[in-house]
Design a protein around this ligand. Structure first.
Ligand code: DLL
Length: 434
Protein backbone atom coordinates (compact mmCIF):
# COMPACT_ATOMS: atom_id res chain seq x y z
CA UNK A 1 0.00 0.00 0.00
CA UNK A 2 1.58 3.26 -1.12
CA UNK A 3 1.38 6.35 1.02
CA UNK A 4 2.75 8.66 -1.65
CA UNK A 5 2.53 6.76 -4.91
CA UNK A 6 3.86 9.59 -7.10
CA UNK A 7 7.11 9.82 -5.20
CA UNK A 8 7.45 6.17 -4.23
CA UNK A 9 7.17 5.00 -7.82
CA UNK A 10 8.84 7.97 -9.53
CA UNK A 11 10.98 6.87 -12.47
CA UNK A 12 14.65 6.80 -11.64
CA UNK A 13 15.89 9.51 -14.01
CA UNK A 14 13.41 11.97 -12.49
CA UNK A 15 14.22 10.84 -8.99
CA UNK A 16 17.92 11.33 -9.64
CA UNK A 17 17.31 14.76 -11.12
CA UNK A 18 15.40 15.69 -7.97
CA UNK A 19 18.26 14.35 -5.84
CA UNK A 20 20.77 16.42 -7.76
CA UNK A 21 18.77 19.63 -7.33
CA UNK A 22 18.32 18.97 -3.64
CA UNK A 23 21.94 18.02 -3.10
CA UNK A 24 23.14 21.22 -4.79
CA UNK A 25 20.79 23.27 -2.67
CA UNK A 26 21.88 21.51 0.56
CA UNK A 27 25.57 22.03 -0.19
CA UNK A 28 24.99 25.71 -0.89
CA UNK A 29 23.01 26.01 2.31
CA UNK A 30 25.54 24.34 4.59
CA UNK A 31 28.35 26.36 3.01
CA UNK A 32 26.50 29.56 3.74
CA UNK A 33 25.22 28.70 7.22
CA UNK A 34 27.45 26.14 8.93
CA UNK A 35 31.02 27.31 9.62
CA UNK A 36 32.29 23.77 10.24
CA UNK A 37 31.17 22.63 6.77
CA UNK A 38 32.42 25.82 5.14
CA UNK A 39 35.89 25.39 6.68
CA UNK A 40 36.08 21.77 5.51
CA UNK A 41 35.01 22.69 2.01
CA UNK A 42 37.43 25.60 1.85
CA UNK A 43 40.24 23.29 2.97
CA UNK A 44 39.31 20.89 0.18
CA UNK A 45 39.14 23.75 -2.31
CA UNK A 46 35.42 23.24 -2.90
CA UNK A 47 33.15 26.10 -3.92
CA UNK A 48 29.49 26.12 -2.80
CA UNK A 49 28.43 25.22 -6.36
CA UNK A 50 30.89 22.34 -6.72
CA UNK A 51 28.17 19.77 -7.43
CA UNK A 52 27.55 19.25 -11.13
CA UNK A 53 26.39 15.63 -10.97
CA UNK A 54 25.31 13.18 -8.28
CA UNK A 55 28.68 11.47 -8.51
CA UNK A 56 30.27 14.71 -7.30
CA UNK A 57 28.98 13.90 -3.84
CA UNK A 58 32.21 12.02 -3.27
CA UNK A 59 34.20 15.23 -3.52
CA UNK A 60 32.60 16.37 -0.28
CA UNK A 61 34.29 15.81 3.08
CA UNK A 62 32.90 13.12 5.37
CA UNK A 63 31.09 13.82 8.61
CA UNK A 64 31.59 11.46 11.54
CA UNK A 65 30.32 11.16 15.11
CA UNK A 66 33.37 13.06 16.33
CA UNK A 67 32.32 16.07 14.22
CA UNK A 68 28.98 16.04 15.98
CA UNK A 69 30.69 15.79 19.36
CA UNK A 70 33.17 18.57 18.49
CA UNK A 71 30.29 20.82 17.47
CA UNK A 72 28.09 19.88 20.41
CA UNK A 73 25.37 20.90 20.91
CA UNK A 74 24.29 23.28 18.14
CA UNK A 75 27.38 23.84 16.00
CA UNK A 76 26.07 21.97 12.96
CA UNK A 77 22.65 23.60 12.90
CA UNK A 78 21.98 25.51 9.69
CA UNK A 79 19.11 27.72 10.86
CA UNK A 80 18.69 30.27 13.67
CA UNK A 81 17.74 28.76 17.02
CA UNK A 82 14.29 30.32 16.68
CA UNK A 83 13.49 28.04 13.74
CA UNK A 84 14.27 24.86 15.68
CA UNK A 85 11.06 23.43 17.08
CA UNK A 86 12.30 20.07 18.42
CA UNK A 87 15.47 18.47 19.72
CA UNK A 88 16.26 14.77 19.83
CA UNK A 89 19.40 13.06 21.01
CA UNK A 90 20.99 9.65 21.05
CA UNK A 91 22.95 8.65 24.07
CA UNK A 92 25.92 6.96 22.44
CA UNK A 93 28.34 5.02 24.58
CA UNK A 94 30.61 7.69 25.97
CA UNK A 95 30.44 11.33 26.89
CA UNK A 96 28.02 13.83 25.43
CA UNK A 97 25.05 12.73 23.36
CA UNK A 98 24.52 13.40 19.67
CA UNK A 99 22.01 16.24 19.37
CA UNK A 100 19.74 16.77 16.37
CA UNK A 101 17.48 19.77 15.74
CA UNK A 102 14.36 19.88 13.58
CA UNK A 103 12.53 22.75 11.93
CA UNK A 104 8.76 22.57 11.37
CA UNK A 105 9.46 21.42 7.85
CA UNK A 106 11.88 18.72 9.08
CA UNK A 107 9.14 17.34 11.31
CA UNK A 108 6.80 17.36 8.34
CA UNK A 109 9.31 15.45 6.21
CA UNK A 110 9.90 13.02 9.05
CA UNK A 111 6.19 12.25 9.37
CA UNK A 112 6.03 11.84 5.60
CA UNK A 113 8.87 9.29 5.43
CA UNK A 114 7.53 7.34 8.41
CA UNK A 115 4.08 7.43 6.78
CA UNK A 116 5.61 5.80 3.70
CA UNK A 117 7.21 3.17 5.95
CA UNK A 118 3.83 2.41 7.47
CA UNK A 119 2.36 2.19 3.98
CA UNK A 120 5.05 -0.41 3.26
CA UNK A 121 3.59 -2.39 6.18
CA UNK A 122 0.02 -1.88 4.90
CA UNK A 123 -0.78 0.22 7.94
CA UNK A 124 -3.15 3.14 7.40
CA UNK A 125 -6.47 4.62 8.46
CA UNK A 126 -8.46 2.02 10.36
CA UNK A 127 -5.34 0.56 11.97
CA UNK A 128 -4.38 0.91 15.60
CA UNK A 129 -0.65 1.27 16.15
CA UNK A 130 0.87 0.50 19.52
CA UNK A 131 4.06 2.53 19.68
CA UNK A 132 6.27 0.67 22.14
CA UNK A 133 9.52 2.38 21.23
CA UNK A 134 10.74 4.69 23.95
CA UNK A 135 9.33 8.24 23.90
CA UNK A 136 11.59 11.15 24.70
CA UNK A 137 14.94 12.16 23.33
CA UNK A 138 15.17 8.81 21.54
CA UNK A 139 13.66 9.21 18.07
CA UNK A 140 11.79 5.89 18.00
CA UNK A 141 8.64 6.77 19.94
CA UNK A 142 7.81 10.20 18.56
CA UNK A 143 9.05 9.28 15.08
CA UNK A 144 6.62 6.39 14.72
CA UNK A 145 3.95 8.34 16.57
CA UNK A 146 3.67 11.20 14.11
CA UNK A 147 4.03 8.92 11.11
CA UNK A 148 1.14 6.81 12.36
CA UNK A 149 -0.99 9.90 12.93
CA UNK A 150 -0.10 11.11 9.44
CA UNK A 151 -1.52 7.95 7.84
CA UNK A 152 -4.64 8.33 9.91
CA UNK A 153 -4.28 5.36 12.20
CA UNK A 154 -5.14 5.38 15.89
CA UNK A 155 -1.99 5.69 17.96
CA UNK A 156 -1.43 4.10 21.35
CA UNK A 157 1.57 6.06 22.66
CA UNK A 158 2.46 3.55 25.34
CA UNK A 159 6.27 3.80 25.06
CA UNK A 160 8.52 0.87 26.02
CA UNK A 161 8.22 -1.19 29.16
CA UNK A 162 5.60 -2.51 31.54
CA UNK A 163 5.00 -5.55 29.41
CA UNK A 164 1.90 -6.89 31.13
CA UNK A 165 0.18 -3.54 30.64
CA UNK A 166 1.31 -3.52 27.01
CA UNK A 167 -0.40 -6.88 26.55
CA UNK A 168 -3.58 -5.84 28.27
CA UNK A 169 -3.92 -2.73 26.12
CA UNK A 170 -2.86 -4.55 22.98
CA UNK A 171 -5.83 -6.84 23.48
CA UNK A 172 -8.36 -4.38 24.88
CA UNK A 173 -7.67 -1.59 22.36
CA UNK A 174 -7.35 -3.99 19.44
CA UNK A 175 -3.89 -2.97 18.25
CA UNK A 176 -3.33 -4.13 14.68
CA UNK A 177 0.31 -3.05 14.51
CA UNK A 178 3.10 -2.81 17.04
CA UNK A 179 6.30 -0.81 16.71
CA UNK A 180 9.25 -1.61 19.00
CA UNK A 181 12.72 -3.09 18.96
CA UNK A 182 12.95 -6.72 17.83
CA UNK A 183 14.32 -7.57 21.30
CA UNK A 184 11.22 -6.18 22.91
CA UNK A 185 8.97 -7.95 20.42
CA UNK A 186 10.67 -11.19 21.37
CA UNK A 187 10.13 -10.47 25.03
CA UNK A 188 6.43 -9.73 24.45
CA UNK A 189 6.07 -12.88 22.37
CA UNK A 190 7.75 -15.07 24.96
CA UNK A 191 5.60 -13.65 27.69
CA UNK A 192 2.48 -14.57 25.71
CA UNK A 193 3.80 -18.04 25.07
CA UNK A 194 4.71 -18.60 28.72
CA UNK A 195 1.23 -17.52 29.75
CA UNK A 196 -0.27 -19.88 27.11
CA UNK A 197 -2.11 -16.82 25.81
CA UNK A 198 -4.59 -17.49 23.00
CA UNK A 199 -3.27 -15.35 20.13
CA UNK A 200 -6.75 -15.35 18.64
CA UNK A 201 -7.64 -12.69 21.19
CA UNK A 202 -5.29 -10.20 19.52
CA UNK A 203 -5.89 -8.32 16.29
CA UNK A 204 -2.21 -7.83 15.66
CA UNK A 205 -1.15 -8.23 11.99
CA UNK A 206 2.20 -6.58 11.65
CA UNK A 207 5.26 -5.42 13.57
CA UNK A 208 7.60 -2.58 12.64
CA UNK A 209 10.88 -3.47 14.22
CA UNK A 210 14.23 -1.71 14.16
CA UNK A 211 16.77 0.40 16.04
CA UNK A 212 19.13 -2.59 16.37
CA UNK A 213 20.42 -5.39 14.14
CA UNK A 214 18.36 -8.56 13.92
CA UNK A 215 18.43 -11.62 11.71
CA UNK A 216 16.08 -13.54 9.43
CA UNK A 217 16.00 -16.28 12.07
CA UNK A 218 14.83 -13.77 14.65
CA UNK A 219 12.16 -12.59 12.22
CA UNK A 220 10.82 -16.16 11.92
CA UNK A 221 10.86 -16.52 15.66
CA UNK A 222 8.95 -13.29 16.33
CA UNK A 223 6.47 -13.96 13.53
CA UNK A 224 5.78 -17.39 15.04
CA UNK A 225 5.41 -16.15 18.59
CA UNK A 226 3.08 -13.28 17.71
CA UNK A 227 1.45 -14.66 14.58
CA UNK A 228 2.25 -11.50 12.61
CA UNK A 229 4.40 -10.29 9.72
CA UNK A 230 7.56 -8.62 10.99
CA UNK A 231 9.21 -5.85 8.98
CA UNK A 232 12.49 -4.02 9.40
CA UNK A 233 12.73 -0.23 9.75
CA UNK A 234 16.01 1.69 9.80
CA UNK A 235 17.16 5.15 10.69
CA UNK A 236 19.41 7.15 12.96
CA UNK A 237 19.17 10.34 14.96
CA UNK A 238 21.84 12.09 12.92
CA UNK A 239 19.83 11.80 9.69
CA UNK A 240 16.26 12.15 11.07
CA UNK A 241 15.41 9.08 13.19
CA UNK A 242 13.38 6.04 12.08
CA UNK A 243 12.13 6.33 8.53
CA UNK A 244 15.30 6.44 6.44
CA UNK A 245 14.56 2.99 5.05
CA UNK A 246 11.90 0.29 5.39
CA UNK A 247 11.07 -3.18 4.12
CA UNK A 248 7.83 -3.61 2.23
CA UNK A 249 5.24 -6.31 2.68
CA UNK A 250 5.52 -7.38 -0.97
CA UNK A 251 9.30 -7.66 -1.22
CA UNK A 252 10.08 -8.44 2.41
CA UNK A 253 13.72 -8.49 1.54
CA UNK A 254 15.78 -5.37 1.70
CA UNK A 255 14.78 -1.91 2.90
CA UNK A 256 13.74 0.86 0.49
CA UNK A 257 15.75 4.00 1.21
CA UNK A 258 13.66 7.14 0.65
CA UNK A 259 16.05 8.53 -1.85
CA UNK A 260 14.27 11.81 -2.45
CA UNK A 261 15.38 12.75 1.08
CA UNK A 262 18.49 10.67 1.68
CA UNK A 263 21.34 10.13 -0.72
CA UNK A 264 23.31 7.03 0.14
CA UNK A 265 26.65 5.54 -0.75
CA UNK A 266 28.23 2.25 0.20
CA UNK A 267 31.89 2.71 1.05
CA UNK A 268 34.88 0.63 1.89
CA UNK A 269 34.95 1.22 5.67
CA UNK A 270 38.74 1.47 5.71
CA UNK A 271 39.54 3.53 2.64
CA UNK A 272 36.26 5.48 2.40
CA UNK A 273 36.18 4.74 -1.35
CA UNK A 274 32.88 3.78 -3.01
CA UNK A 275 32.45 0.02 -3.50
CA UNK A 276 31.17 -1.69 -6.64
CA UNK A 277 27.39 -2.04 -6.61
CA UNK A 278 26.20 -4.97 -4.51
CA UNK A 279 29.28 -5.27 -2.32
CA UNK A 280 28.94 -5.01 1.42
CA UNK A 281 30.35 -1.88 3.01
CA UNK A 282 29.61 1.07 5.23
CA UNK A 283 26.48 3.06 4.61
CA UNK A 284 27.16 6.76 4.18
CA UNK A 285 24.19 9.13 4.12
CA UNK A 286 23.69 12.72 2.97
CA UNK A 287 20.41 14.35 3.91
CA UNK A 288 19.16 16.41 0.98
CA UNK A 289 16.09 18.10 2.47
CA UNK A 290 16.94 18.59 6.15
CA UNK A 291 16.90 22.23 7.24
CA UNK A 292 17.71 22.21 10.96
CA UNK A 293 20.74 19.98 10.89
CA UNK A 294 21.59 18.86 7.38
CA UNK A 295 24.24 16.18 7.34
CA UNK A 296 26.81 15.67 4.62
CA UNK A 297 28.28 12.23 3.87
CA UNK A 298 27.65 10.89 7.35
CA UNK A 299 29.64 7.77 8.13
CA UNK A 300 26.97 5.67 9.82
CA UNK A 301 29.32 2.75 10.57
CA UNK A 302 26.40 0.49 9.64
CA UNK A 303 27.20 -2.33 7.27
CA UNK A 304 24.97 -3.26 4.36
CA UNK A 305 24.89 -3.61 0.58
CA UNK A 306 22.67 -2.38 -2.20
CA UNK A 307 20.14 -4.74 -3.72
CA UNK A 308 20.28 -3.59 -7.34
CA UNK A 309 17.24 -5.53 -8.60
CA UNK A 310 13.93 -3.65 -8.70
CA UNK A 311 11.40 -4.67 -6.05
CA UNK A 312 8.17 -6.48 -6.89
CA UNK A 313 6.23 -3.80 -5.02
CA UNK A 314 6.80 -1.21 -7.77
CA UNK A 315 8.64 1.26 -5.56
CA UNK A 316 11.61 2.66 -7.42
CA UNK A 317 13.63 3.70 -4.38
CA UNK A 318 16.57 1.31 -4.12
CA UNK A 319 16.84 -1.22 -1.37
CA UNK A 320 19.63 -2.00 1.05
CA UNK A 321 20.13 -5.37 2.64
CA UNK A 322 19.14 -5.70 6.29
CA UNK A 323 21.86 -4.07 8.37
CA UNK A 324 24.40 -6.56 9.52
CA UNK A 325 25.79 -4.58 12.42
CA UNK A 326 28.15 -1.70 12.98
CA UNK A 327 31.81 -1.59 12.11
CA UNK A 328 32.42 -0.48 15.68
CA UNK A 329 30.49 -3.48 17.07
CA UNK A 330 32.75 -5.85 15.21
CA UNK A 331 35.00 -7.79 17.54
CA UNK A 332 38.37 -9.05 16.43
CA UNK A 333 39.05 -12.27 18.25
CA UNK A 334 42.41 -13.88 17.56
CA UNK A 335 42.37 -12.21 14.17
CA UNK A 336 38.83 -13.32 13.24
CA UNK A 337 36.11 -10.69 12.71
CA UNK A 338 32.98 -11.44 14.68
CA UNK A 339 29.65 -9.65 14.57
CA UNK A 340 27.13 -10.28 17.34
CA UNK A 341 24.47 -10.83 14.65
CA UNK A 342 26.43 -13.87 13.44
CA UNK A 343 25.94 -15.51 16.81
CA UNK A 344 22.24 -14.76 16.57
CA UNK A 345 22.11 -16.31 13.10
CA UNK A 346 23.86 -19.44 14.41
CA UNK A 347 21.72 -20.09 17.47
CA UNK A 348 18.27 -18.88 16.52
CA UNK A 349 16.07 -21.80 15.57
CA UNK A 350 17.97 -24.41 17.61
CA UNK A 351 15.32 -26.24 19.58
CA UNK A 352 15.82 -25.84 23.30
CA UNK A 353 17.90 -22.66 22.99
CA UNK A 354 16.33 -19.21 23.39
CA UNK A 355 17.28 -16.58 20.76
CA UNK A 356 19.07 -14.59 23.40
CA UNK A 357 22.81 -14.28 23.84
CA UNK A 358 25.70 -12.33 25.24
CA UNK A 359 29.28 -12.21 24.05
CA UNK A 360 31.88 -11.77 26.77
CA UNK A 361 35.42 -11.10 25.65
CA UNK A 362 38.43 -11.45 27.89
CA UNK A 363 42.14 -11.50 27.45
CA UNK A 364 43.70 -14.47 29.19
CA UNK A 365 47.49 -14.80 29.03
CA UNK A 366 47.49 -12.27 26.19
CA UNK A 367 45.03 -14.45 24.24
CA UNK A 368 41.54 -13.24 23.36
CA UNK A 369 38.85 -15.52 24.67
CA UNK A 370 35.27 -15.20 23.49
CA UNK A 371 32.63 -16.62 25.76
CA UNK A 372 29.21 -16.98 24.19
CA UNK A 373 26.40 -17.18 26.70
CA UNK A 374 23.13 -18.64 25.54
CA UNK A 375 20.00 -19.56 27.42
CA UNK A 376 17.85 -22.66 27.60
CA UNK A 377 14.17 -22.42 26.80
CA UNK A 378 11.96 -22.97 29.85
CA UNK A 379 10.82 -26.41 28.69
CA UNK A 380 14.29 -27.84 29.20
CA UNK A 381 15.32 -28.67 32.73
CA UNK A 382 18.89 -27.94 33.60
CA UNK A 383 19.01 -31.44 35.09
CA UNK A 384 18.49 -33.20 31.77
CA UNK A 385 22.15 -34.00 31.42
CA UNK A 386 22.06 -35.95 28.18
CA UNK A 387 19.94 -33.30 26.44
CA UNK A 388 22.23 -30.59 27.68
CA UNK A 389 25.29 -32.32 26.32
CA UNK A 390 23.61 -32.72 22.96
CA UNK A 391 22.64 -29.06 22.93
CA UNK A 392 26.11 -28.02 23.95
CA UNK A 393 27.71 -29.73 21.01
CA UNK A 394 25.00 -28.57 18.60
CA UNK A 395 25.31 -24.92 19.55
CA UNK A 396 29.10 -25.16 19.56
CA UNK A 397 29.06 -26.63 16.05
CA UNK A 398 26.66 -23.95 14.78
CA UNK A 399 28.75 -21.14 16.20
CA UNK A 400 31.99 -22.68 15.01
CA UNK A 401 30.61 -23.03 11.48
CA UNK A 402 29.22 -19.50 11.34
CA UNK A 403 32.11 -17.69 13.01
CA UNK A 404 35.00 -19.91 11.97
CA UNK A 405 36.20 -19.64 15.53
CA UNK A 406 35.99 -21.84 18.57
CA UNK A 407 34.44 -20.16 21.54
CA UNK A 408 33.83 -20.91 25.18
CA UNK A 409 30.14 -21.77 25.29
CA UNK A 410 28.08 -21.26 28.40
CA UNK A 411 24.54 -22.57 28.44
CA UNK A 412 22.58 -20.83 31.11
CA UNK A 413 19.29 -21.29 32.88
CA UNK A 414 16.17 -19.75 31.37
CA UNK A 415 15.89 -16.08 32.28
CA UNK A 416 19.55 -15.51 33.12
CA UNK A 417 20.47 -13.27 30.18
CA UNK A 418 19.22 -9.74 30.59
CA UNK A 419 16.13 -8.73 28.59
CA UNK A 420 15.86 -5.35 26.94
CA UNK A 421 12.81 -3.21 26.25
CA UNK A 422 14.84 -0.96 23.95
CA UNK A 423 18.09 -1.70 22.20
CA UNK A 424 19.83 -4.83 23.44
CA UNK A 425 23.34 -4.93 24.73
CA UNK A 426 25.06 -7.96 23.23
CA UNK A 427 28.72 -7.56 24.08
CA UNK A 428 30.77 -7.18 27.23
CA UNK A 429 34.34 -6.51 26.22
CA UNK A 430 36.56 -6.77 29.26
CA UNK A 431 39.64 -6.12 27.16
CA UNK A 432 38.76 -2.45 26.94
CA UNK A 433 38.68 -1.76 30.65
CA UNK A 434 41.96 -3.59 31.44
O1 DLL B 1 17.69 3.79 16.53
C1 DLL B 1 16.32 5.26 15.21
C2 DLL B 1 15.31 4.21 15.06
C3 DLL B 1 14.25 4.14 15.94
C4 DLL B 1 15.36 3.31 14.00
C5 DLL B 1 13.26 3.17 15.78
C6 DLL B 1 14.39 2.35 13.82
C7 DLL B 1 13.34 2.29 14.72
P1 DLL B 1 19.71 5.91 17.05
O2 DLL B 1 19.38 5.69 18.46
O3 DLL B 1 20.43 7.16 16.67
O4 DLL B 1 18.43 5.92 16.16
O5 DLL B 1 20.55 4.67 16.57
C8 DLL B 1 20.92 4.52 15.24
O6 DLL B 1 20.85 2.12 15.42
O7 DLL B 1 23.18 3.66 13.21
C9 DLL B 1 22.18 1.48 13.61
O8 DLL B 1 23.44 1.11 14.11
C10 DLL B 1 21.08 1.02 14.56
N1 DLL B 1 19.86 0.69 13.82
C11 DLL B 1 18.77 1.43 13.65
N2 DLL B 1 17.84 0.75 12.93
C12 DLL B 1 18.38 -0.45 12.64
C13 DLL B 1 17.95 -1.60 11.92
C14 DLL B 1 17.54 4.88 16.04
N3 DLL B 1 16.75 -1.69 11.37
C15 DLL B 1 21.67 3.24 15.05
N4 DLL B 1 18.82 -2.63 11.80
C16 DLL B 1 22.02 2.98 13.61
C17 DLL B 1 20.04 -2.58 12.35
C18 DLL B 1 19.68 -0.49 13.19
N5 DLL B 1 20.50 -1.55 13.05
Amino acid sequence: MYWNKTIETMDRPRLMQLQLERLRETVRRVYANVPAYRERMDEAGLAPDCIASLADVNKLPFTDKTDLRDNYPYGLFAVPQGDIVRIHASSGTTGKPIVAGYTKNDLDVWSEVVARCLGCANVGAGDTVQVAYGYGLFTGGLGLHYGAERVGSTVIPISAGNTSRQLMLMEDLGATAVACTPSYALMIGEMLRDASFDLGRLKLKVGIFGAEPWTEGMRDRIEGLLNIKALDIYGLTETIGPGVAMECMEGRYGLHVWEDHFLFEILDPDSGEPLPEGEQGELCITSITKEGMPIIRYRTHDLTRVIPEPCVCGRTHRRIHRLRGRTDDMLIIRGVNVFPSQVEAAIVGIDGIAPRYMLVVDRVNSMDVLEVQVELTPDIAISEVRRLEELHSRVNRAIDQTLGLSVKLRIMEPGSIERYEGKSKRVIDNRISV
